[in-house]
Design a protein around this ligand. Structure first.
Ligand code: TRP
Length: 325
């Protein structure tokens, strides 16, 4: 049976949090039943702006794997693999790099935004500037046709498809395959003042995070009318409140005045505690069995490497780089 191929990835700079769960993990758990899904632990990409602290990147490869497994990714259905352990991805990146100009890379909106965010200016690591090409290699090595991403990653998909068309035109053969972004409905949760809730957060950490969530600074007394826009607690309830009728009523009442922040926060906290308790439990079980999780990762990486090697073989053959065949 031939299922559509999905590839998706996460930089391994830290464990995953609630935003990842809502934005992508939940969808991936669903998609693994109907798609041939590859989950990339993007440690090499994470190094492009963390080369000074490589351990931060390598330590989190297993942490993110625990998150995947705890959230319900089934290694028999999805292939979880580590980017740095597949040299063919670096090889494909090297070849594709010749099909893109430096000025095109500098115009990539995601790269531009990230350069500004990190204050790199001209001191940008070359590896960082070219990571969209490495990402194109990640996607095309697996001939993925679907890439679930947040909207911040759309320019990456566009650049990938540009490279696919350029390469195929160059060799006059459909070797690489174009892909489509698969956007999730709730694209991203608002940042909770920089302290996002980790998937493995303890009940106390969840409680504390909800307590600190920003509401409306002008909503001082319960009777004051409150603002919904920009109110983090309501944005979170938008994502986690199943009872939509109740949510609409809460919003109306909050706007009118007469609804306190404490009631809202308690409701949100209940939902989050209920959602995260089973995930935390499963995560603890996996974290207690590192050898087993490493074996899962190794198996996934071996499988992924075979696929990538096949594509890179085709790419090199199309370029005439197959002297010894
Ligand atoms: N750029 C993605 C991020 O910042 C991670 C990533 C690397 C990725 N390679 C990918 C996502 C390929 C989708 C497809 O989270």
């Amino acid at each position: 049976m031939h299922l559509p191929i999905i590839l998706t990835g996460d930089r391994t700079t830290g464990p995953l949090h609630l935003g990842h769960y809502v934005g992508s993990l939940q969808a991936r758990v669903r998609l693994q039943h109907t798609h041939d899904q590859y989950l990339l632990l993007a440690d090499t990409q994470a190094l492009t702006d963390n080369m000074g602290t490589p351990q931060k990147v390598s330590d989190n490869v297993l942490e993110v794997t625990f998150d995947y497994l705890a959230a319900g990714i089934d290694p028999r259905k999805s292939t979880i693999f580590v980017q740095s352990q597949i040299p063919e991805l670096a090889e494909l990146s090297m070849l594709l790099l010749n099909l893109v100009s430096v000025s095109r890379l500098e115009r990539n909106p995601t790269i531009k935004a990230e350069i500004a965010l990190r204050g790199f200016e001209r001191d940008i690591p070359a590896g960082f500037l070219v990571y969209p090409v490495a990402q194109a290699a990640d996607i095309t090595a697996f001939k993925a046709t679907l890439v679930p991403v947040g909207d911040d990653q759309l320019p990456m998909i566009e650049q990938t498809n540009e490279l696919v068309r350029k390469f195929n035109t160059l060799v006059n053969k459909e070797v690489l395959v174009e892909c489509k972004a698969l956007l999730s409905q709730v694209t991203r949760l608002p940042g909770i003042d920089g302290n996002a809730i980790a998937l493995g957060a303890s009940p106390d950490e969840i409680k504390k995070a909800v307590k600190q969530m920003y509401t409306d600074c002008n909503h001082l007394r319960i009777d004051d009318p409150g603002e919904i826009d920009g109110n983090v607690v309501f944005s979170m309830l938008d994502a986690f409140e199943q009872d939509r009728v109740m949510l609409a009523e809460l919003k109306a009442k909050y706007r009118r005045g007469g609804l306190g922040d404490g009631v809202l926060k308690r409701r949100l906290e209940d939902h989050l505690q209920e959602l995260l308790a089973p995930i935390r439990e499963r995560r603890q079980l996996f974290a207690a069995d590192r050898q087993e999780v490493l074996a899962i990762l190794k198996q996934g990486t071996d499988r992924a490497r075979e696929t990538a090697a096949r594509t890179v073989g085709e790419v090199k053959r199309a370029l005439g780089l197959n002297y010894f065949e």
